[in-house]
Design a protein around this ligand. Structure first.
Ligand SMILES: [Zn+2]
Length: 132
């Protein structure tokens, strides 16, 4: 943690914690909403096929959003774990110090920018902590 002062670390941990509760609320609300849609469909309320496909699309959208939220939530949990273990701020790939500016933009960042770029090239850029 060579490039982070204790107050930097506190600031970033607070940011992670706030974001975590936001995401948790969002994922929970979306899950409740999707459950409601499914119940209504089973009850046979959806009339013509046009309505049904629109309803299905909406559910897909919620699922995609929920998946993104859940993924970010996991990234944040991993980041908080690294804080506890004193490994926060080190790149998961090469072990270098992740620049403070990058951590400020993406507190859950697991990799330095070069490693993140390489990772996205390999895994198709679907990571929640895009490179700066
Ligand atoms: Zn790296």
């Amino acid at each position: 943690m060579a490039n982070l002062t204790p107050s930097d670390l506190k600031y970033l941990t607070d940011k992670l914690t706030v974001r975590r509760s936001e995401l948790e609320a969002m994922v929970r609300a979306d899950a409740a909403c999707a459950g409601h849609d499914n119940l209504r469909r089973m009850g046979g309320e959806v009339g013509d096929p046009g309505d049904e496909s629109a309803a299905l699309q909406q559910t897909d959208l919620n699922l995609a959003e929920m998946e993104g939220g859940a993924r970010e939530l996991q990234a944040i949990d991993r980041a908080l774990e690294r804080v506890r273990e004193g490994r926060y701020g080190h790149c998961a790939e090469c072990g270098c110090d992740i620049p403070a500016a990058r951590l400020d933009a993406y507190p859950a960042a697991e990799r330095c920018t070069p490693c993140q770029t390489r990772h996205e090239r390999v895994y198709g850029g679907r990571d929640v902590t895009p490179s700066l």
